[in-house]
Design a protein around this ligand. Structure first.
Ligand code: FNR
Length: 188
């Protein structure tokens, strides 16, 4: 059996009953065949500090960078905070962005997000895509997944109960894995 495609999922929310972490968990049920998904928590990543960086990356930063490096692709599932994505995620990306060996360079990435509002994290996702550009990540463009009015789409236990959203999540993962499997052709 060939090696599985290894995806890493990162939620931009630290909240235990997070809608976005729940959406990320729901991805486990709709993975294409031959694909595994691990998640990585950002809770232990300290605030970026250039003085600390000079001494050496904190353990949690090393672990995050290595988890990204080891993955074939990274799925970010993010809330929208004040028309952008949370500082927790930006802070983590700032740590990841450093050095010649920054692990998101040319790494396939995809984004999804859930919000109780009607906009479904459209603005947060656009802001995140701008950072993907800075990091030279391979950013899946379609399909987009903006889960609006999300509070009504999950059970109190955090299970996705909406079939239409589950199918959109399945389609996103399918397109993402197709992208991960397709080789990157670089110009000379
Ligand atoms: C929000 N929320 C929010 N929602 C939105 O659609 N657009 C926005 O700009 C904001 N801004 C915002 C700022 C801050 C500081 C907070 C805490 C919240 C609401 C947000 O979408 C909601 O709290 C989600 O439930 C957060 O995601 P998780 O934690 O459920 O994954």
């Amino acid at each position: 059996m060939p090696n599985p495609i290894r995806l890493l999922g990162i939620s931009g929310s630290l909240r235990r009953p997070s809608l976005n972490s729940a959406l990320l968990r729901a991805a486990l049920d709709v993975l294409p065949e031959g694909v595994v998904l691990a998640t990585h928590d950002l809770r232990s990543v300290p605030l970026f500090d250039g003085d600390v960086e000079q001494v050496g990356y904190p353990v949690s930063v090393v672990e995050l960078r290595e988890a990204i490096r080891a993955a074939d692709g990274v799925l970010f599932v993010t809330p929208e905070y004040n028309y952008s994505y949370p500082g927790v995620l930006k802070n983590a990306l700032d740590w990841v962005s450093r050095g010649k060996d920054q692990p998101l360079r040319r790494k396939p990435v995809a984004v999804a997000g859930a919000s109780p509002s009607g906009f479904g994290t459209v603005r947060a996702q656009l802001a995140l895509r701008q950072v993907f550009q800075a990091l030279d990540a391979r950013d899946l463009q379609r399909p987009e997944l903006h889960v609006a009015n999300a509070a009504g789409l999950f059970s109190p236990q955090g299970e996705l109960t909406d079939e239409a959203t589950r199918e959109k999540l399945r389609a996103l993962l399918s397109a993402f894995v197709e992208m991960v499997r397709s080789p990157l052709v670089l110009a000379e």
